[in-house]
Design a protein around this ligand. Structure first.
Ligand code: PMV
Length: 330
């Protein structure tokens, strides 16, 4: 009962930050993202009676404590769905830095949902897989699908209408690019889960964030099929800055920015003022992602070479959703 899945990370253009139901992972607002080619996680899951307990290895390291408890809790959901008591062995490998704001949880959660459901004998469709991935990590619900994806917040208390839906496939806008520049590969200090919970409870303008993001999710859903790049970029940048305002205004303040983050924001704005059209977005880490079009990549790459703080860049186009592969990790 072994299966292996590969899933790509997604970067949100309109972000998710805050839950209305902690256990079911139901968001306060809808979010819209791009699943990206090349920011990949591969996960192998084996359910077998030879395992006395669950065990999880990530990037060659055995995981224990809270991160392991989260995985074990997720496996319990799967076991309940399948009516099984079998324990699992899981190997997972990220092909990009883990927990630095490069959305590793979205790729990991989607790969785990697909591999574990298949390994235990469930045959789920994309909607069911997204609903399941959401229970592992909210943003993972958007990595099941390829291309541009909306995670509708939904209305139902049981969460059955809160899952990722494709807005446009990966080949619809092949010139679209996100450049993820790695400024600092240290793992972030505040995890998104406790961080967003604090924001919901203490940010004085949290409600404004929710209303505004909900409106922006609707707007961007129109800009994508119309390929309105300028409008999309402006909106995404605004949404990211508002997210970080919420984080700054959380008690205790959540500051993911480093000095280098600010340097990058200023650089992107300067390039744009000089006619090079690009925008930035930032998640729960210091990384600045640049939103641009293929034609401007050579020039942006040239400019990025001049920024010493950047260690590595990933140039990504819209990519595939989660899929099963034959090559197992063990
Ligand atoms: O799904 P989580 O718990 O990793 O939270 C993701 C939070 C952000 O990356 C900041 C925003 C988003 O929508 O991806």
């Amino acid at each position: 009962m072994k299966a292996t899945a590969s899933a790509n990370a997604n970067i949100a253009l309109i972000k998710y930050w805050g839950k209305r139901n902690e256990e079911l992972i139901l968001p306060q607002n809808s979010s819209v993202s791009v699943t990206l080619e090349g920011l990949k996680t591969v996960t192998t899951v084996d359910f077998d009676k030879k395992y006395k307990k669950d065990n999880f290895t990530l990037n060659g390291k055995k995981i224990s404590g809270e991160p392991f408890e989260r995985i074990a809790g997720f496996l319990n959901i799967i076991r309940k769905m399948a009516g099984s008591g079998l324990k699992a062995k899981i190997f997972s490998k990220n092909f990009f830095p883990t927990a630095t704001g490069l959305a590793s949880s979205s790729a990991g959660g989607a790969a785990l949902a697909l591999a574990s459901s298949k390994a235990i004998g469930l045959d789920l469709n994309k909607k069911e897989l997204s609903l399941l991935a959401r229970r592992n990590s909210g943003s993972a619900s958007r990595s099941i699908e390829a291309g541009f994806v909306e995670w509708e917040k939904g209305e139902k208390e049981d969460g059955t209408d809160s899952f990722g839906k494709q807005v446009c496939d990966k080949d619809y806008w092949p010139e679209f690019r996100i450049i993820a520049g790695v400024l600092n590969e240290e793992e972030k200090k505040t995890k998104s889960r406790p961080g967003m919970k604090q924001s919901v409870q203490t940010c004085p303008f949290y409600k404004v964030w929710v209303e505004n993001s909900e409106k922006q999710a609707k707007q961007i859903k129109k800009f994508i099929p119309e390929k309105k790049f300028t409008k999309l970029g402006e909106l995404a940048e605004n949404n990211a800055l508002m997210l970080h305002s919420v984080m700054f205004n959380t008690i205790l303040p959540i500051v993911y920015f480093s000095g280098k983050t600010v340097e990058m924001i200023k650089a992107v704005r300067k390039w744009r003022a000089s006619g090079l059209e690009c925008y930035f977005t930032i998640d729960a880490g210091p990384q600045v992602k640049i939103i641009c079009l293929e034609k401007d990549i050579p020039e942006i790459k040239r400019k990025l070479k001049g920024i010493k703080a950047i260690k590595k860049i990933y140039i990504c186009k819209p990519g595939d959703g989660a899929r099963l592969i034959n090559k197992h990790l063990f």
